[in-house]
Design a protein around this ligand. Structure first.
Ligand code: HEM
Length: 335
């Protein structure tokens, strides 16, 4: 989920002014070019960030494990059979934990991207290039964490399938990775939304590494669609996450996390880092007027999202299901 952050060239220095002066800046032309960022170099650099993500996933898994065992997790209410036999479903809880770290990393990388493409606050302790690198490595880790989330879900399906291993592996693959392959309950909608997020994140994230081939402009235009990946990820979670199944503070906190994203997005549209993206007075041609109207409508829509998130937070109406009666021992409401 990289953003437009081509390194900014320093002010050129006149060679004749600095020649022979000890300590003077070397002219631009004689300075070694910075090493080109490649997928391989970023994959290497994403190790530390990935390690932190694994530690966070471990901590979330532990929390989910404790909560399923004492039945305080709403997953236990939605699917009581899992709480009756937690050892039998540990892969499922691990998949949930990877889902949370994927979402958290997606949140972080979108914030970093918006800071890079909008106006970066002066108090931020990270330099532009470091922020940019962190944005790239966290983006790569979102893909890895989401793949782990979906693969573990598929592995759990295989474990509980009585068929031969290859038949159950095929069914699990179709259910987890093929849109429309999962045919029951809310999963019919929620799983394809998650898949859309994953399948869009891969090309939109990786195109950065071939931007010199497709052209920086094409890359920049395509990269903007990354926000769709993020919205789909949040939508998938709110629709299908059994830990946020019901109304309540945890579900409302997910909405709260969207406030900085919506606000930064609005700031990025109102005060973009690139002058060309500012909303100047509309030109006189019909095309220029239409483009201006479209851009102004985009800004209004994002302002509307900020207001909607504030309304959810103020009212607590977060779109969750109402809690069922306490005795759900014989029901399975995973719809
Ligand atoms: C191939 C794509 C995907 C598949 C097959 C998939 C599958 C699932 C399933 C089956 C659940 C329900 C688990 C539960 O009982 O809570 C779920 C929940 C969740 N998913 Fe995904 N997902 C996919 C993509 C994503 C993406 C892209 C993200 C975020 C970046 C994500 C984050 C989450 C989160 C945070 C939960 C809530 C877990 C919980 O309630 O504890 N998923 N996903």
């Amino acid at each position: 989920m990289q953003q437009n952050t081509e390194p900014t060239a320093p002010e050129p220095t006149a060679p004749e002014a600095t020649a022979g002066v000890p300590g003077a800046r070397r002219p631009e032309s004689s300075r070694p070019a910075p090493p080109r960022v490649t997928l391989r170099s970023d994959l290497r650099a994403s190790g530390y960030d990935g390690l932190v993500a694994l530690i966070v996933t471990g901590a979330v898994f532990w929390l989910l494990w404790v909560r399923i065992n004492d039945r305080s997790s709403s997953t236990a209410t939605v699917m009581p059979f899992m709480a009756d036999d937690p050892e039998g479903f540990w892969l499922y809880f691990l998949s949930q934990a990877f889902g949370w770290s994927a979402l958290l990393w997606a949140w972080g990388t979108v914030i970093l991207g918006l800071l890079l493409s909008g106006s970066r606050p002066a108090w931020l302790p990270l330099s532009g290039p470091r922020l940019e690198r962190l944005h790239r490595t966290t983006s790569l880790n979102v893909i890895v964490l989401t793949l782990a989330h979906a693969l573990l879900f598929a592995a759990e399906l295989v474990r509980h399938d009585q068929d031969s291993w290859y038949a159950s592996a095929w069914t699990a693959f179709v259910e987890a990775f093929v849109p429309g392959g999962y045919a029951s309950g809310t999963g019919r909608i929620a799983i394809p939304i998650g898949q859309a997020a994953l399948y869009l994140a891969i090309p939109l994230g990786l195109l950065f590494y071939v931007r010199h081939r497709i052209g920086p402009r094409t890359w920049r235009v395509m990269h903007r669609f990354v926000i769709v990946v993020y919205v789909a990820s949040v939508w998938h979670t709110l629709l299908y996450g059994t830990n946020v199944w019901y109304d309540g503070w945890f579900r409302t906190s997910i909405w709260l996390l969207q406030l900085p994203i919506a606000a930064l997005f609005l700031v990025r549209l109102l005060r973009p880092a690139r002058r060309a993206q500012r909303l100047a007075a509309p030109g006189s041609s019909p095309g220029a007027k239409a483009a201006w109207t479209l851009r102004a409508a985009g800004r209004l829509a994002v302002a509307g999202v900020v207001v909607a998130v504030l309304a959810v937070l103020a009212t607590g109406r977060d779109g969750g299901r109402g809690e069922p009666p306490a005795d759900t021992s014989s029901t399975h409401h995973h719809d």
